[in-house]
Design a protein around this ligand. Structure first.
Ligand code: MN
Length: 327
């Protein structure tokens, strides 16, 4: 997935004092045949949940009667893409030579490191729905890689089931390789059931309700927004509403490294993301397959690519310490 804002701003990411519900905004994805995605991260009031730094929720889209996802080759740096489908199928190709299908219940994790490029095209089908999440990488992770995990650990309790995408809940440990302490769990609860999970008090936690509604601490959370639950929770109790619920729990240790996000790039400062942007543009002048291309070549697309938008003229400084509420 690509950030397809035509004029994205540079975002400095860091801890904030905000807790509560962050509403999604609709963003077109994929050019003229765009599908709309609901973006809940980053936002001005909160840019990170642990190292989770980007959250798009899309669908359900009927791919027979309308457009699907068709995102040509585009670059990433400094992040992992976590692709998670509720319905449909997406074909992934990347500059590391990986050709993989993204399917419901199976995790696709692409580590950009110092630079990777990829494409995502949805297969013909009835329905497409899913989440695209990014995690910010520590600066030391430079090597690109790709991991497909079809056999993720399962959880269950009275009236509910779960799948651990990354991190762990008790003895259920995902084999997905992440680089900071993180957790991500897909949960499905029957009407009136309460999901009870142990939690890491040092983590920031948030929920995205995909279907139905839930209540946490007696506060109703509808489908759509990202609900930030704060820190210092030793357990999580999520009560499903009268129609049941499907939701994704995200959590992680506060990400302390300075972090600037621009378009599809994450770096430590303005200069790093500006250099990545310049390198993606200069790659286009080099032949396909040329080893001098920083972001490599995605097979099967010829010269098709998403051009990078201009870097904003304002030079941003990354935040390196918590900003107090209202600051
Ligand atoms: Mn992408």
């Amino acid at each position: 997935m690509s950030n397809t804002d035509v004029a994205p701003s540079e975002v400095t990411c860091g801890p904030s004092g905000f807790t509560g519900v962050l509403h999604a905004r609709e963003v077109p994805l994929g050019g003229p045949r765009a599908i709309a995605v609901r973006r809940t991260l980053p936002q001005r009031d909160r840019t990170l949940i642990g190292a989770w730094c980007f959250a798009d929720h899309y669908g359900p889209h009927d791919v027979r009667s309308g457009p699907g996802m068709d995102v040509p080759p585009h670059p990433h740096t400094g992040l992992q893409t976590v692709s998670w489908l509720f319905a449909g199928e997406i074909e992934h190709r990347d500059s590391g030579g990986v050709h993989a299908m993204v399917r419901p219940g199976e995790l696709n994790l692409m580590t950009a490191g110092a630079g990777v490029s990829h494409s995502e095209v949805s297969a013909e089908g009835v329905e497409l729905a899913g989440l695209q999440l990014w995690t910010a990488l520590p600066d030391g992770v430079r090597a690109p890689s790709f991991q497909h995990v079809a056999d993720l650990p399962r959880l269950s309790g009275p009236g509910w089931t779960g799948i651990v995408l990354v991190g762990s809940i008790g003895d259920a440990v995902s084999p997905a390789v992440v680089h900071t302490p993180l957790v991500g769990v897909d949960l499905q609860a029957e009407p009136g059931a309460t999901v009870r999970l142990p939690a890491e008090p040092g983590f920031e936690h948030a929920l995205i309700v995909v279907e139905g509604q839930v209540a946490v601490d007696g506060v109703a959370i509808p489908a759509g927004p990202l609900a930030f639950l704060g820190m210092q929770r030793e357990r999580l109790e999520v009560a499903a509403g009268p129609t049941g619920a499907r939701l994704v729990l995200l959590g992680g240790e506060p990400f302390e490294e300075p972090l600037v996000m621009f378009w599809n790039f994450i770096g430590r400062d303005h200069d790093q993301v500006a250099a990545a942007r310049a390198d993606w543009e200069s790659d286009a002048a080099l032949p396909l397959g040329d080893p001098r291309r920083r972001f490599g070549t995605v097979p099967g697309h010829g010269a098709d690519r998403i051009p990078a938008p201009p870097v904003p003229p304002v030079r941003l400084r990354p935040r390196t310490r918590p900003v107090p509420p209202g600051g």
